[in-house]
Design a protein around this ligand. Structure first.
Ligand SMILES: Cc1ncc(COP(=O)(O)O)c(C=O)c1O
Length: 363
């Protein structure tokens, strides 16, 4: 059994994916080929965002967005203490200061009640992660941001396709980013990402920064980077996007089945009313997490820990001297364990994993 079976998915769409790859090679349209603009239109349509800009990774998407928002050295940007590292490091990469906020114990997303105490005169915006595929509480967070004149960036690396009160992830905030890392709900065959915004001026700036700050060839209006997506990845994502709505349904089938079998055994994840998760991870909580992982590994059941250490404890962020008083993040990092999750997981496989967890927990 695989944690995320990308090979099964490839076999399912092989003909179309092979043809899409061959098409790019045949046209030698490797950089900024026609698939990039097509993908951008399709991503905007799918998400409901006005503009989508394809780029080189989910991490680069965050740094490109921060550059376009003109985040400067000395600025402060709030972000959750419990997330993947690049949510925080990209703030440092542009010279600003990440300010960690603890997360909600039920959804594991940024806790709106803890935002206010972290806002200072230097705060410019808030990066909000929609962790494991469930959107954060954007009505409340956007409200707080508006009152303090801050922007909100949704790091939707794990939530592309998710829904919040009838709208889709990446169309809920001033600006949003996602990742097409292969194991993400919508993944490519290498690195890739995208940025979403309704602000036409910001979208133009991102397009320029993504391509060396150039307005036309060899004329550079601003400092930029090479943050382009390669066309092969765009062609692959375009094929997968067609099947993505069905994959979201299948991910929800898998999650519902796990929850049904495990809800009286471990702490199963909760998706709030008005939310549709894309289940980037199906993450349970148990007291003796490492022992359970070892037991499951004996039956060749792969598991993962997202994440074993909050940002506030990472050596990379020691220089910030923000302490480690993030009780919910600390507790989660000790108890979370993610189970195999992908749209092709069979009911037998789900049953097998669930039974082994029951056996391990009940002794
Ligand atoms: C929450 C979050 N943010 C950012 C990223 C970075 O994406 P990428 O790996 O495409 O750079 C990831 C990917 O793991 C993520 O999960």
């Amino acid at each position: 059994m695989k944690f995320c079976d990308l090979h099964r998915q490839y076999i399912e769409y092989k003909k179309e994916i092979d043809a899409a790859i061959a098409g790019v090679i045949d046209k030698t349209a490797f950089i900024n080929g026609p698939d990039i603009a097509e993908l951008e239109n399709e991503l905007a349509d799918f998400s409901g965002a006005k503009s989508a800009i394809a780029c080189s990774s989910g991490s680069d998407a965050i740094s490109l967005a921060l550059m376009a928002l003109d985040v400067q050295p000395g600025d402060e940007v709030l972000c959750p203490a419990f997330t993947f590292i690049s949510t925080g490091t990209m703030i440092s990469v542009v010279g600003a200061k990440p300010v960690f906020v603890d997360v909600d114990p039920v959804t594991f997303n940024l806790d709106p009640d803890k935002i206010g105490e972290k806002i200072t005169a230097k705060t410019k915006g808030i990066i909000v992660v929609s962790l494991y595929g469930q959107c954060a509480d954007f009505d409340r967070i956007n409200d707080i941001a508006r009152k303090h004149d801050l922007w909100v960036l949704e790091d939707g690396a794990q939530s592309f396709g998710a829904e919040y009160k009838g709208k889709r992830s990446c169309a809920l905030t001033n600006i949003a980013t996602t990742s097409f890392f292969p194991a993400k709900p919508l993944g490519c065959y290498g690195d890739g990402g995208a940025i979403f915004t309704a602000d036409a001026e910001i979208a133009d700036r991102i397009r320029m920064i993504r391509n060396h700050g150039q307005e036309k060839r060899y004329y550079h209006k601003m400092i930029g980077v090479n943050g382009r997506m390669d066309t092969l990845q765009a062609a692959i994502i375009r094929v997968k996007l067609k099947y993505f709505p069905n994959e979201i349904k299948e991910r929800n089938r898998v999650a519902a089945s796990y929850t049904d079998k495990l809800k009286n055994v471990v702490h199963t994840p909760l998706v709030l009313k008005n939310n549709l998760s894309v289940w980037a991870q199906y993450t349970i909580r148990v007291e003796n997490r490492d022992k359970l992982r070892e037991t499951l590994a004996k039956d060749d059941i792969p598991t993962a820990v997202h994440y074993p250490m909050p940002l506030s404890k990472q050596e990379a962020f020691k220089y910030l001297k923000q302490g480690i008083d993030f009780p919910v993040s600390n507790r989660l990092s000790e108890t979370v364990i993610s189970l195999p999750m992908h749209p092709f997981l069979s009911n037998e496989e789900i049953g097998f994993v669930s039974q082994k967890i029951k056996d391990a927990i009940n002794g």
